[in-house]
Design a protein around this ligand. Sequence first.
Ligand SMILES: Nc1ncnc2c1ncn2[C@@H]1O[C@H](COP(=O)(O)OP(=O)(O)OP(=O)(O)O)[C@@H](O)[C@H]1O
Ligand SMILES: [Mg+2]
Length: 412
Amino acid sequence: MERTESRNIPWIIKYRPRTLKEVIGNKEGIRKVVEWLKSWEAGPPKKRALLIYGPPGVGKTVAVEAASRDLNLELIESNASDYRRNSDIKSFAGLASQYSTLTGRRRVILLDEIDGISGSIDRGGLKAILSVIENTRCPIVLTANEIFDPRFLPLRDRCLLIEFKRPSVREIVSHLRRICLLEGIEADEQALRYIAEKCNGDVRSALNDLQAAAQGLTRLTMEDVLWLGYRNRKEDIFKVLRTIFYSKDCITVKQAVDRTDLDLDMLFEWIYENVPYHFDSPFELSEAMEALALADLYRKRIGKTQSWSLLRYVIDLMTAGVALSRVGRTGRWVPFRFPQRIKLLSSTKKSRELLSKIGSRIGEKCHVSSRVAVRDILPYLRVIFQNDRKSAEGLARWLELDKAMVRYILES
Ligand SMILES: Nc1ncnc2c1ncn2[C@@H]1O[C@H](COP(=O)(O)OP(=O)(O)OP(=O)(O)O)[C@@H](O)[C@H]1O
Ligand SMILES: [Mg+2]
């Protein structure tokens, strides 16, 4: 398989299956797709269109692309934006009226994401699609997430329906493992499992998460993926960030923030972490950081004075303020990174908890606060523990420290 070395390529594209062998899950659905496509060799079958439906990111589009490559069919692809109007559809109706191309290669037409058609103007569009299906001389495949809208009833009648389900966690894990191998990353099974479980069967988002967590590493551990647990899936954080960084219109940017119920502090960390990678020019970067610094000042002020009326300035500055810093255009694709400050906090959570327990044990016996115990007493205790085993044993007993605490004092 041809792989480019470029760093800035989304893995969902880099590892987009080229043949059916590389498409994971839905074996039965894929078998039916192939069987139906092949049945055209004996002339148009009873159902001249196929409607593949299922949740996002499970491989509907790639399955059709890979199948046509495997069967050596010419694929003509279009998506919702191409068939908003009746007249748009007429253009591919012409293509559908011929069984093969001039070179004799047979063709298949893919109308991707037909549930993207919405509203009244599209009623005409839907009708036109039905008429194309009726008269087509080559196979037509449609895909959709949701087909139970009554509008689609006539379409459901006219098509062979194939449901694509979410691939299993096991299948997704082995897909991710294969990609790690190709990227030269040694990945812990547990970490890959965590990504696969969190993605809810969406292979696209599993791959995006893997790239965000693992790109540039040689080893992927549970610690590198724990942050996935902090993220809410309601509105993909990557989408929100992309809107904030690349949109020029403040209203869209602010709306994107409304759509996420991500904690504002967490969103701030995401923006802060990623701004330097997405703003190339020093001028834009300094403007964006300036906006963030100001937002941070307001944020701290709210913390001190509880003046929540300042919150809108925080939001405006960290979103629209950042968005407006962009002067030029950038076409580069850069992966988003998880905020390192949060990652550090989550990876040190256990040891911080242990430290605070040790602090309170010492504090109780010495009648000081646990903060003072950690700051003023623990360093001396450490010296004793590391040099005088006998005294250490006595002290540990007196302070009621368990084995983990003793190890922490000795090793940290
Ligand atoms: N079953 C799969 N096997 C391998 N890769 C997959 C699979 N499903 C999705 N992917 C990855 O996710 C990306 C998106 O897949 P695809 O476009 O086929 O999803 P879809 O089901 O059509 O989603 P949507 O409903 O959003 O259109 C692909 O480029 C590929 O990298
Ligand atoms: Mg698709």
